[in-house]
Design a protein around this ligand. Structure first.
Ligand code: SF4
Ligand code: FES
Length: 362
């Protein structure tokens, strides 16, 4: 197959974060501060990304605002010619810093929403006062007219607040709302029973999103990431392995997706050891699951194989114990019974406390 250049790069600037979200998709073993790439190495990675055809850069974490050089990194990325999106909880952004980011050329902010009121949001995020600070940040973004997407991470404990979530996106002046149901990678698997929505919630959410998308057409774009355990077919994770995007970890490992390091037989190259383009085009890890030639049955004879590429490799590993298997979410997968068993267990789950992830933000 002909490999095209990536369109987007996610730069995980740090794993440090003041929040403790129970659905954090970052790996169980986090990169410590002293192993994070310095400013000048990130700047070089941004130039290499732009040279190979990347258009969009997502500055992420952890909480990217925990990096004192966030403004310099934004400026470096803009100078490289990239469209720069900041994915943030808002904690660590002051009005002054938002102004500096705007001056540095920041194109867009994606603000996460843990819940629609302080009590709910601070419980979910495990951070007292976080909601109020986020609302101040949202006010500042609105006042400056910086393009905003509200990223509402949804699960059993906040899905019933969806109508208020639509209203909040409108009040903040967001142009786009992501209703992103929790995906189970990294730390999120520790809280699966607490987080999986019920079947009734999932059906109601689909209906409400469809109604709101119609009602708010031209005012607010709504992206919906459904809870895929209830789906009949898996998603084309990352738009296909090694197809549209890449992730760089805080220490510079280049990954085809954020959970790829869970796949034990793959080795990942680092930006300090090998040029980014060489890693994208030639590394064994990026070529491991590209295209459809590697697909097992039943995918190999399925007419959806160019649509979903057999689903998510990391989910296949996590649920079926084999990264080469058909994603167990698929109704044709030999492992589908495991997903159904997890859904049944979640319906009966009576846990009332989250297991929080605690990571120092300093
Ligand atoms: Fe996708 Fe494979 Fe399922 Fe077909 S059998 S829908 S290709 S996961
Ligand atoms: Fe790794 Fe889906 S998260 S392939």
């Amino acid at each position: 197959m002909t490999v095209q250049p990536p369109i987007a790069m996610l730069a995980e600037l740090t794993h440090r974060c003041p929040l403790a979200c129970p659905y954090c998709s970052n790996p169980l073993a986090l990169v410590q501060k002293d192993r994070e790439l310095p400013t000048e190495v990130w700047a070089d990675v941004f130039r290499q990304a732009a040279d190979m055809g990347v258009l969009q850069l997502h500055l992420s974490g952890g909480e990217p605002a925990a990096r004192p050089d966030l403004v310099a990194l934004t400026q470096a990325a803009r100078e490289a010619g990239l469209y720069v999106n900041l994915i943030t909880s808002g904690i660590g952004l002051t009005p002054r810093r938002i102004g500096q980011l705007e001056d540095a050329g920041l194109d867009h902010i994606q603000l996460s929403l843990q819940g629609t009121n302080a009590e709910l949001a601070d419980w979910i995020g495990g951070y007292n006062g976080g909601f109020d600070r986020k609302m101040q940040v949202a006010d500042e973004i609105k006042a400056r007219g910086i393009p905003l997407t509200l990223n509402a991470v949804m699960h059993r404990h906040n899905l019933d607040d969806l109508d208020r979530t639509f209203d909040m996106a409108l009040e903040m002046g967001a142009r786009r709302l992501e209703v992103a149901c929790v995906q189970f990678h990294g730390w999120a698997t520790q809280n699966r029973g607490m987080l999986l929505p019920t079947r009734a919630q999932t059906a109601a959410t689909k209906r409400k999103v469809a109604e709101a998308a119609k009602r708010l057409q031209g005012i607010l774009a709504i992206d919906f990431v459904p809870p895929d355990y209830y789906a009949e077919y898996p998603k084309a994770c990352m738009g296909g392995w090694g197809t549209a995007g890449l992730n760089v970890t805080p220490e510079g490992k280049v990954l085809p997706c954020h959970a790829a390091e869970t796949i034990p037989h793959l080795q990942f190259d680092t930006v300090t050891d090998r040029p980014l383009a060489e890693i994208w085009y030639n590394s064994a890890a990026f070529n491991a699951y590209r295209g459809t030639d590697w697909l097992p049955e039943p995918c190999q004879s399925c007419d959806r194989k160019e649509v979903d590429f057999g689903g998510c490799r990391c989910q296949a590993l996590a649920l079926a114990g084999d990264a080469n298997a058909t994603d167990p979410v698929c109704r044709h997968a030999p492992g589908r019974g495991q997903v159904d068993a997890l859904l049944a267990a979640a319906e009966a789950d009576e846990t009332t406390a989250f297991t929080y992830r605690r990571v120092a933000a300093t």
